[in-house]
Design a protein around this ligand. Structure first.
Ligand code: NAD
Length: 476
């Protein structure tokens, strides 16, 4: 632990060296080229017990520091991320595939620092529940103990910070279990954060799903913060009952956007594009099905195609690119097969849809599909990639019914030149968040979470902090 921001300035090479085993390990390949990025040590399930023992030992002293000191250290951790931003972004770009430029790797590392700093800054004091002269009651939030954080591969550093920052702020120790696709990014992030944090408070066990499962059944892990697919989320809910573990579930989505007839197609094209294609579509709360009123359908398709055709996709190290490859072959195949099912149903490809399946990188071209049946699998399943179905509707009630017809409800959006008309439609949507004239923008002060099978529990802001504490009412 240090009293100042990290004095250790990593280079890309020294950071990679710090997180790799001296010999052996599993190869991690660059999804843009197939080239070797590095190697990762794959711990067995038994390594988890050791990590839990360390976390249990470190937690009381960390909790004993109190909110002010923990916040000070989290702010220093933000400084350390900023001081090492470029090597972190380089590693993230090579392992995850996302370009350095645009709303991608450098943006993600920047968000890690902002989220750490914001989480450190929130006022958090006991709440006076009743004070009427006869009864006095306060609500406190105590640390839970050891928090297990299990993450996905799409925004590996940023989502790790969403999990670890509030957990640490509330006095818990944390064990991270990154996705097997992006372990180096999370190990590197922890390496930088641990130049500032006390030993044992933040650890990474970079194992596979079996380690994740062992975390969910572990009797000495008190809470799981999980971000990932609905099927894994359900498995964790089932296997975590043994010690009545607390859970925050940030699961999959299939976000709907509704464009009302009075929207201005040219004005909204850029927002629609980035709402759907940020991180090359590999974003939980990205716009994944777009419902457009028939009066402006052709104009919206044209404006979106014009914008989308100009956004460059390619190797993330080339500063011009703003879209990258899919992170892995399995995800490439999901997008490919969903687009093929749309094509064979007679839907119209207005952009893309013609991947080079023999290329070394998992590049799937930016794809827009028009005149598609609302029940086509490209619409009803989470494609999690750069392919957007655009569905025509005649009547707003029909669009709202279609938007609400799935078992998921993470984000949603309404696009209109009339804010109050949009707010009325927003009130009818079943989702954790509805954006007006934008999609997917997040803010560390504004709570975020899912409806229906997109999960439960809130992240961010004071609501997020409460999810990492044990409520304790003191009366009298
Ligand atoms: P995934 O469910 O396959 O894997 C997520 C993590 O769970 C990985 O670390 C994996 O090793 C681990 N895991 C696998 N089996 C496990 C088990 N039985 N018990 C415990 N852990 C286990 O998800 P993914 O493919 O990495 O991520 C993509 C999904 O995540 C998409 O559905 C996306 O929508 C969702 N996601 C949601 C949010 C959100 O905030 N709601 C954010 C990002 C991604």
């Amino acid at each position: 632990m240090t009293d100042t921001a990290s004095t250790q300035g990593f280079t890309f090479e020294s950071l990679l060296e710090a997180v790799q085993p001296e010999t052996g390990g599993r190869e991690i390949l660059d999804p843009a080229t197939g080239e070797l990025v590095g190697r990762v040590f794959v711990p067995s399930v038994s390594a988890l017990d050791e990590a839990v023992a360390t976390a249990e030992q470190a937690q009381p002293a960390w909790a004993g520091l109190g909110h002010d000191e923990r916040s000070r250290l989290l702010a220093l951790a933000a400084d350390a991320v900023e001081a090492n931003a470029e090597p972190l972004a380089q590693l993230l770009s090579r392992e995850q595939g996302k370009p350095l430029n645009g709303p991608n790797a450098r943006f993600e590392v920047g968000a890690c620092a902002s989220w750490l700093r914001a989480t450190a800054s929130f006022e958090f004091t006991p709440e006076v529940l009743v004070d009427d002269g006869q009864t006095y009651a306060e609500l406190h939030y105590r640390p839970l103990g050891v928090v297990g954080a299990i993450g996905p591969w799409n925004w590996p550093m940023m989502i790790s910070v969403w999990q670890l920052a509030p957990a640490l702020r509330m006095g818990n120790s944390v064990i991270m279990k990154p996705s097997e696709y992006t372990p180096l990014s999370v190990l590197a992030l922890a390496e930088v954060l641990n130049t500032v944090l006390p030993e044992g408070v933040l650890q990474v066990v970079a194992g596979d799903g079996a380690v994740g499962e062992a975390m969910s059944t572990h009797s000495d892990i008190d809470k799981i913060m999980f971000t990932g697919s609905i099927s894994t989320g359900k498995a964790i809910i089932g296997s975590s009952a043994g010690n009545v573990k607390r859970l925050t579930m940030e699961l999959g989505g299939n976000d709907a956007g509704i464009v009302l007839p009075d929207a201005d197609p040219k004005a909204i094209a850029e927002g629609l594009f980035w709402g759907a294609f940020i991180n090359t579509g590999q974003t939980c709360a990205a716009l994944k099905r777009l419902y457009v009123h028939t009066d402006i359908y052709d104009e919206v398709c044209r404006a979106l195609t014009d914008f989308a055709a100009k956004v460059p996709m390619g190797n993330g190290r080339d500063e011009r690119n703003e879209l990258g490859p899919l992170q892995n072959k399995a995800q490439f195949d999901i997008v490919d097969s969903l687009v093929e099912s749309a094509k064979s149903s007679g839907a119209k490809v207005i952009l893309g849809g013609d991947p080079d399946r023999e290329a070394a990188g998992y590049f799937y071209p930016t794809t827009l599909i028009a005149d598609i049946d609302p029940q086509n699998p490209l619409v009803t399943e989470e494609q999690f990639g750069p392919a957007l179905p655009i569905i025509r509707y005649d009547d707003v009630d029909e669009a709202v019914d279609l938007a609400n017809s799935l078992e998921v409800g993470l984000g949603s959006s309404v696009w209109s030149s009339d804010r109050s008309a949009a707010v009325e439609v927003a009130a009818r949507l079943e989702a954790g968040t509805t954006w007006i004239n934008s999609h997917g923008g997040i803010d560390p002060r504004i709570p975020f979470g899912g409806a229906k099978q997109s999960g439960y529990g809130l992240e961010f802001g004071v609501h997020g902090l409460k999810g990492l504490g044990q409520p304790h009412v003191v009366v009298g």
